[in-house]
Design a protein around this ligand. Structure first.
Ligand SMILES: [Zn+2]
Length: 467
């Protein structure tokens, strides 16, 4: 049950209806307009709209009604509408994560074990994994997303060992109330010559996504792609996804050996890139590769923390920016990264670009901020819905404290957001107009129970996996 502050609500019967709206479980549809809907003005914050036609407002109001942004301006007069004081905060669009293996969040802090590095540690865990554990992983990741101000996730489900796994993850993601894409995947142990379960993918599309989305979640596929599966296999998977009208994502050119396979050029040659094909990592893509990627419209998702931790290397971030690639940022997974801190992801992105180029101006903080919001939304094909505070878009809005011990004084807001702020500074989170975090606290998640369940489940899985 969600508890809303009274000042968020209209009075009387409308207040009750708005509370009900905020607590609805699946967020299937925006609330009906008219009496009983929730409406609020987030008032007096420093507004970073990420909409070029609005820009930043040193003091601005954001008017939200029925889960949508209806106006963003320096001062909004709307008699009778509740106002929420945001004067100590930066008000901005929620972060868009573009690649996240949410299922394995329970294995946070196990990047390696006595069995060996990441792959050798995760393989027996993935074999022991259950649908319930996958759902719990999604719930844990979703709760951390809200904590960190991430309102959209791209759930890269790459341990779907059967329809029950796919259903468990889909259901948990929809129930989380986050906006996102469920990328239907394959079992970790699937052989390179084996095709993923395309018939169950089609079943899921027809059953849950016939209208394009289920609640706030849409469907896609995550494939092993040319670097990690045989040529006839990934080509068959591409063909199936495209005939089903589903977007595709794959890890490509992650390490030097993968990049040396030259698959970006092959995909470009065979028209197998495009805005519907997201490339993950591309850590060692050459300048020619990046030119091809930009030309095709394929977005790239980078996750610098995990690329460093697992030893892929230093991602060629400034080259990607220079090539004009559509860029998005990602957490990837908590096993390797340890956290889902999008502020931290922005920080390492900006500073790797400067350090590797030996140029402080290699990549502006504002550009990185754009990748974490609007760029990510464009890459996922949902920029018409989220990614900026633009009237008409859905209300995925966060407020970040600018008066905290670690954020004040604010030199520039761009630097504060990319270099000073942390998830604990996220004071308020709206997803599709629904309050998920208020005064720095979750409103819809019983954290204590969730953590206890996660600890108990991973202990059992570790025992079974022998780590
Ligand atoms: Zn990944």
């Amino acid at each position: 049950m969600t508890l809303l502050r009274r000042d968020f609500l209209l009075s009387g019967a409308a207040a009750l209806a708005a509370t009900a709206l905020s607590a609805r479980p699946g967020l299937a549809q925006p609330a009906p307009s008219g009496a009983g809907s929730s409406e609020v003005i987030l008032s007096g914050g420093y507004v970073v709209s990420m909409d070029p036609s609005i820009g930043d407002l040193a003091r601005g109001d954001v008017h939200v009604r029925d889960g949508a942004i209806v106006a963003v301006a320096a001062a909004i007069e709307a008699p009778g509408v509740a106002r929420r004081d945001m004067s100590g905060c930066v008000v901005m669009p929620g972060f868009v994560d573009t690649h996240w293996h949410m299922w394995n969040s329970l294995a946070r802090g196990l990047p390696q074990s006595r069995l060996g590095p990441f792959g050798k540690t995760m393989a027996p865990l993935a074999r022991a994994w259950t649908p319930e554990a996958s759902a719990l992983g999604v719930r844990l990741a979703a709760a951390e997303a809200i904590h960190a101000g991430i309102t959209t996730v791209h759930n890269w489900a790459h341990n779907v060992k059967g329809p029950d796994f796919a259903e468990a993850e889909r259901e948990a993601l929809v129930a989380s109330g986050l906006r996102g894409r469920f990328a239907y995947g394959y079992p970790q142990a699937l052989g390179e010559e084996e095709v993923m379960d395309l018939s169950d993918l089609e079943r899921m599309r027809d059953r849950h996504f016939a209208g394009g989305s289920a609640g706030l979640v849409s469907l896609g596929i995550c494939a092993r792609g040319p670097d990690r599966s045989a040529s006839p296999v990934w080509r068959r998977e591409w063909e199936a996804a495209r005939s089903l009208g589903l977007p595709i994502t794959a890890h490509v050119a992650s390490d030097r050996a993968a990049a040396a396979m030259g698959n970006i050029a092959v995909m470009h040659r065979d028209a197998l890139l495009g805005p519907d094909v997201q490339l993950v990592h591309a850590t060692h893509a050459t300048k020619d590769d990046l030119r091809r990627v930009a030309e095709s419209g394929s977005p790239i998702s980078i996750s610098p923390w995990t690329e460093l931790e697992v030893g892929y290397g230093l991602p060629v971030i400034a080259d990607m920016a220079d090539a004009g690639v559509e860029m998005g940022l990602s957490v990837d997974n908590m096993v390797l990264a340890g956290h889902a801190d999008m502020f931290g992801v922005m920080r390492i992105t900006a500073d790797l670009a400067s350090g590797m180029r030996e140029d402080q101006g290699a990549l502006s903080d504002r550009r990185v901020l754009e990748w974490a919001t609007l760029g990510g939304a464009r890459g996922l094909g949902i920029a018409q819905t989220t990614g900026s505070l633009t009237p008409g878009k859905r209300a995925d809005v966060i407020a970040v404290r600018r008066d905290a011990i670690n954020t004040a004084p604010v030199g520039t807001v761009d630097f504060m957001l990319t270099h000073a702020a942390q998830p604990t500074n996220v004071d308020f989170v709206l997803v599709d107009g629904v309050v998920h975090k208020e005064n720095g606290r979750h409103t819809r998640v019983d954290q204590e129970a969730l953590i206890a369940q996660a600890q108990e489940t991973i202990a059992r899985l570790r025992q079974e996996a022998g780590i």
